[in-house]
Write a protein that binds this ligand. Structure first.
Ligand code: ATP
Ligand code: MG
Length: 211
C-alpha cells in the first residue's frame, strides 16, 4: 500500500487475512463472493507475518507468500495485497491490523473481515475480541453442506455476548485447502485447477513445498 492509497475514496472494504501458504481458489472465490454480495470497493489480501495461532517454523518465507498472493490477485481490479502484517515485527494480531487500516484509509465507513467458518469458531479466543468486533464486521465463509450447528451456536453466542451480528456466506465447491496443496506437491501429485496457474508455476520454479 502506498502513501497515496490513504487518500483514495474506498468506503467499503473487506480484508482477507490468511497465511496464504499457498493462496488458492478457495480464498479467491470467497473474496470475490463477499465483494459481490456487499458491493465492496476493494478487497485487501493481507498475508500473515508471524501468526499467533500457527507454528511459524513450518511457514514458507513471507516473500514467497507475498509474491504468490500478488500473482493470484493480479487479474482482479478489486483485489489488492498489503504488506502491513509481513512488515510488522513480532506477533501480529488482527485487531492491530484493522486499526492500522482504519488509520490509513480515512474514507472507510464499512469494513468487513472475511474468515472461513473454522476461524470464526475460534474468534472468541482472539486477542481483544470485543474491540475487534466493534471495529469491523465479520463474514464467515462456508461451503454448502457444512454442518451449520456449531457455527450457528457460536454466532448466537457472539450476538448475545457482544451484540454483534456475523454475516454468513456459502461458497460453492470449495473443499480446497493449502494443507492439501502442500501435501500434494510433497508427494508429487498434481495441484492443477486448485489454484491459479501463475501460482502453480511459481511453486514449481522455486521448488516450494518439496522438502
Ligand atoms: P491451511 O490448510 O494451511 O490452514 P488454508 O487453506 O486454511 O490453509 P489459510 O491461509 O489458513 O488457508 O486461510 C485464510 C482464510 O481463508 C481463513 O479464514 C480460512 O478459514 C479461509 N479459507 C481457507 N480455505 C478456504 C476455502 N476453501 N473456502 C473459503 N475460505 C477458505
Ligand atoms: Mg486454515
Amino acid at each position: 500500500m502506498s502513501f497515496f492509497d490513504a487518500f483514495r475514496h474506498d468506503r467499503k472494504i473487506a480484508v482477507m487475512g490468511g497465511t496464504f501458504d499457498p493462496i488458492h481458489y478457495g480464498h479467491l472465490v470467497a473474496a470475490e463472493a463477499v465483494r459481490d454480495r456487499f458491493q465492496l470497493d476493494k478487497v485487501i489480501f493481507i498475508p500473515a507475518g508471524n501468526p499467533p495461532h500457527k507454528n511459524s517454523k513450518n511457514i514458507t518465507d513471507s516473500s514467497h507468500r507475498y509474491n504468490m498472493t500478488m500473482l493470484a490477485t493480479a487479474t482482479n481490479p478489486y483485489f489488492e495485497v498489503s504488506r502491513i502484517e509481513i512488515d510488522r515485527k513480532g506477533i501480529t494480531y488482527t485487531v492491530d491490523t484493522i486499526k492500522q487500516l482504519r488509520a490509513l484509509y480515512c474514507a472507510i465507513d464499512e469494513l468487513y473481515f472475511i474468515t472461513g467458518a473454522d476461524a470464526v469458531l475460534e474468534i472468541l479466543t482472539w486477542h481483544k475480541v470485543e474491540e475487534l468486533l466493534k471495529l469491523c464486521n465479520f463474514v464467515a465463509a462456508t461451503r454448502p453442506g457444512f454442518d451449520l450447528r456449531d457455527l450457528e451456536q457460536k454466532l448466537h453466542e457472539i450476538k448475545s455476548k457482544y451484540g454483534k451480528e456475523i454475516f454468513h456466506i456459502e461458497i460453492p465447491s470449495l473443499a480446497i485447502s493449502s494443507t492439501d496443496i502442500r501435501n500434494r506437491v510433497r508427494s508429487n501429485h498434481t495441484i492443477k485447477y486448485l489454484l491459479p496457474e501463475s501460482v502453480e508455476q511459481y511453486i514449481l520454479k522455486y521448488g516450494i513445498y518439496r522438502e
